[in-house]
Write a protein that binds this ligand. Sequence first.
Ligand code: HEC
Ligand code: HEC
Ligand code: HEC
Ligand code: HEC
Ligand code: HEC
Ligand code: HEC
Length: 309
Amino acid sequence: MLFALSATMRLTIVFLAALTLAACDTGSFVLTSPETGGSGRSDAGMGGGDNPNPNPNAYHPVGFSSPDLHGLEFNLQEQDCRSCHGSELEGVAQAPSCDSCHSSPEPTAWRSDCTFCHGDSPKNLDGSLVGGFAQPHLTHLSTAITTTIECSACHNAPSDVLSLDHAFDSTPGAAEVVFAAALNPQAGFANNTCSNNYCHGNGRGNNGSVAIDAPAMSCEGCHAGPASGSAAWATMSGRHRLHLNLNGVTCADCHVDVTTNGLAITNPALHVDGIKQASSGVAGFAITQAGQVRCTGACHGDNHQNESW
Ligand code: HEC
Ligand code: HEC
Ligand code: HEC
Ligand code: HEC
Ligand code: HEC
Ligand code: HEC
């Protein structure tokens, strides 16, 4: 919207903004006072109110143009840049536009380039790649057992740095977890644990729970799997236990659309998608799911006549 303004309008805004800033000099907020150590960080030059910047009009300490300093301060939302750099970060008076030196592909692309701030391999807001939610984020981008899980499955997904409730909100430096979209609208996140969750459940309800630092999961991590044994198979629906106790019967015999060998997910789009797919992997044997599961045909030495699950 800013970029649609006419040159005259822009000049007017700069002029008015300059007036506002000039007025601030005599008020409680003095633009030219140096940035102090109030942020709690200990970068050289930021402590004790001393400003080593030789420019007497400088607000930031020397070296602040480094992304490691101003980028980090932005990501942690240690101060509201908009108060001097403009409501749309377009630059006001001495405080330059944020678009003035961010590099290619074009000066404004950074605003909607999610990896500019969040990294290619998702990083925590403090820049770290271990601890916090960095590893779980990476895991949820994997397509080994299900399709990539979008940010919107667990957050309100913004489209731009200025989007409502994104970087600038009432909880600076903290992410909001919102499960409204996708498969877990009823889930909660507290004490670093996700609960009442469908995706980590056993496929029979919103009964999953998983901690932020949970180890990598095997096929027995959410529901009973090939290695679980009879007691765990009894927690599954219908005649799972009966069949899995029979010699040679595998998950692939009845879920061939999802796994062709019973050990790996061969069609991630159909796994943890909210739908229980049952499909026969045995020639001449049919499973139908219309309303009620029914099985017809010969398998494991038994001839099924439209039997129910
Ligand atoms: C109180 C006013 C104020 C606030 C708040 C403020 N800035 Fe600035 N900023 C300025 C001014 C004035 C300049 C011009 C150069 C200077 O004073 O250091 C500037 C310059 C900059 C520069 C260029 C520095 C250089 O050495 O060329 C960057 C980068 C910057 N600001 C980033 C930020 C970020 C990121 C935030 C928010 C985390 C922020 N600023 C908050 C007033 C402010
Ligand atoms: C004096 C030049 C300059 C100004 C002005 C500037 N930046 Fe930057 N900023 C950079 C450079 C250089 C990078 C590295 C990426 C690049 O080249 O685009 C960067 C990177 C960043 C990053 C990414 C840091 C990371 O995690 O890797 C953020 C966030 C950021 N800037 C925020 C801002 C904001 C907000 C403003 C305006 C308040 C601003 N910058 C103004 C030079 C500047
Ligand atoms: C499976 C759910 C899930 C998905 C998918 C997800 N997140 Fe998160 N995210 C979380 C949880 C949970 C937290 C931790 C919140 C907390 O600590 O209060 C978090 C934290 C964050 C944080 C703050 C990290 C910090 O340092 O505190 C950012 C930024 C973030 N997510 C961005 C994203 C982005 C961008 C995507 C998409 C690429 C994404 N998330 C996808 C669940 C998810
Ligand atoms: C200029 C830096 C920057 C850019 C670009 C950026 N973000 Fe963020 N993002 C942040 C910051 C800072 C937070 C922490 C939120 C807070 O402080 O409340 C955040 C938080 C998030 C969260 C966690 C939920 C929340 O809002 O608290 C998600 C999800 C997210 N961003 C997605 C995206 C997506 C998707 C894009 C690209 C369209 C994007 N971000 C671009 C800086 C950025
Ligand atoms: C993160 C939890 C989780 C893990 C780990 C997991 N599953 Fe699942 N699985 C589910 C859920 C939830 C369902 C319920 C049906 C659905 O939504 O697809 C399911 C359903 C299935 C089904 C029934 C067919 C279907 O998708 O509807 C098979 C077969 C299956 N999983 C096999 C496996 C195998 C093999 C592994 C290991 C490679 C595995 N699962 C690991 C959560 C998981
Ligand atoms: C004899 C056929 C058969 C075998 C073998 C079988 N399943 Fe199933 N499975 C089904 C049927 C039928 C359903 C129910 C579909 C429905 O409710 O619509 C189902 C449902 C599921 C569900 C959803 C939750 C539930 O308990 O209903 C999961 C998870 C699942 N199977 C995993 C597996 C895994 C993992 C294996 C191998 C260890 C396996 N199944 C072996 C037929 C089978």
